[in-house]
Design a protein around this ligand. Structure first.
Ligand code: COA
Length: 420
């Protein structure tokens, strides 16, 4: 048995943010029915194509464990089928541009009339307010959520991060909202609306930077490199380069081979609790007791000197050797792993975090599996559906259309080309 077995999801999502949420629900065992425009489908199916005539990796990696039904939700018969889906499903998830669902005729009020138990979950770029009508993509959310202004180096422009905190980050937030609403429905019997704005989700993930914004009012941020370098602080949380976001100073340092390998680096944290071990490892035992070095606050204006000494040592070791030496000593370090290294990491395959998936159009590909492990609800990663692969199955098995009625729906043109 899977955790969400028996829960039906009307998946009206597209691109990345919504699909990451419904993919998780599918991994937890829900029956996810993805509704796509006939003949077109989710735009990502044909974006960043690497294998001609096959669904892209962009699509396949975000849409595992789903069924696909083609449905024109603006056509009269299409609206009838959508209404039946709303009646049958437990959750509707969507991330259309603001107002798109209303324009189709499916306002929240109308949806509640059709099925008062339905949970309707939406992602928009911004919450209510002056920007609520904007269309929003990943990097816009990273910028508007405060993340970009605090990412990068002090002497450079704001930077977006590679991790998709705007899209996938919001999908995760929405998923939590949905299962919480399902839990509440157990007691109340009622559905509810769950909303996540991408700006809010990014801000939530960047909350330590708002912490620093307030700390700035009472003095400089002493753990930031710029403090030790004597660079004055302005009135907003600055870009902190690779400084650790917490109370323990940390940096990215070069390792053996850095001249050729762009990822021969390690993250190194000079944690107060293991300072003496750090001094021994890097060959600076005198720093253990020397005034100005022995106590954490005294070291804050010497971080450049200290990390330069640590780097002199890390440059003599590979990033893996640094890990092997420091780990047993409880010195927190981490190799900078490339996507190539991750895609060859047997340990990640063993836990199901990385998976190989077979696909009829493109053959075998790699994907990230479910990063959340439930001991009593195992995840089987099932390939993404072809466009409209389950239209007939959903119409007949889920919605109960049969005989002349089924023929009427198919002939209406609302559900694309249907293969029985
Ligand atoms: N049948 C008929 N029409 C359909 C349909 C279907 N099955 N599915 C979608 N459509 C229509 C929509 O109703 C809409 O029509 P309208 O403009 O007449 O109302 C149209 O397709 C386009 O939808 P839209 O959501 O506006 O897509 P877009 O490609 O223009 O914009 C986004 C894409 C992502 C910018 C936008 O959807 C958005 O801002 N979403 C919310 C934030 C978000 O999730 N962003 C991150 C995405 S990773």
């Amino acid at each position: 048995m899977k955790a969400l077995e028996g829960i039906k999801i009307l998946d009206f999502t597209h691109v990345q943010s919504g699909p990451t949420c419904t993919q998780l629900l599918g991994w937890f065992g829900a029956d996810v029915i993805k509704v796509e425009r006939p003949g077109v489908g989710d735009a990502t199916r044909k974006q960043l194509i690497d294998v001609p005539d096959a669904d892209s990796l962009y699509f396949t990696m975000l849409n595992h464990n789903k069924r696909s039904i083609e449905l024109n939700s603006k056509n009269e018969t299409g609206k009838e089928v959508l209404t039946r889906l709303i009646e049958e499903c437990d959750v509707l998830v969507e991330n259309f541009a603001p107002g798109a669902l209303d324009r189709m005729g499916f306002t929240w009020e109308r949806i509640q009339e059709i099925n008062p138990k339905l949970i309707m979950a939406s992602i928009k770029g911004f919450g209510p307010g002056k920007y609520e009508d904007c269309k929003v993509y990943e990097n816009v959310a990273q910028c508007a959520g405060g993340s970009a202004s605090t990412t990068g180096f002090l002497d450079g422009p704001p930077l977006v991060t590679g991790a998709q905190i705007g899209d996938s980050g919001t999908g995760l937030h929405l998923c939590l909202g949905i299962v919480t609403a399902l839990f509440q429905r157990e007691k109340t019997g009622r559905g509810q609306k769950v909303s996540c704005a991408m700006q809010d989700s990014v801000l939530n993930l960047a909350r330590v930077k708002l912490r620093d914004q307030q700390r700035l009012a009472v003095g400089p941020l002493k753990e930031y490199s710029q403090f030790g370098e004597g660079v004055p602080f302005g009135d907003a949380t600055p870009r902190a380069g690779n400084d650790s976001g917490g109370g323990q100073p940390g940096r990215i340092l070069k390792c053996k081979g850095w001249e050729q390998d762009p990822n021969a680096y390690t993250y190194f944290i000079v944690q107060a609790a293991v300072w003496e071990k750090v001094c021994d490892v890097i060959g600076k035992p005198e720093w253990k007791t020397r005034e100005g070095y022995a106590k954490p606050p005294e070291r804050l204006d010497k971080l450049n000197e200290i990390f330069a000494a640590v780097e002199d040592w890390t440059k003599t070791k590979t990033k893996y050797e640094v890990m092997e030496i420091c780990n047993p000593l409880d010195i927190p370090v981490g190799p900078i792993l490339s996507m190539k290294e991750i895609s060859e990491d047997e340990g990640l395959f063993a836990t199901g975090t990385m998976v190989k998936v077979d696909h009829p159009e493109r053959g075998e590909y790699l994907s990230v599996g479910c990063p959340i492990k439930l001991s009593d609800s195992e995840v089987d990663v099932v390939r993404s559906p072809l466009l409209g692969e389950h239209t007939h199955e959903v119409l007949s098995d889920v919605l109960g259309y049969s005989g002349d009625d089924l023929k009427r729906v198919i002939d209406s043109g609302a559900v694309g080309e249907v293969k029985a």
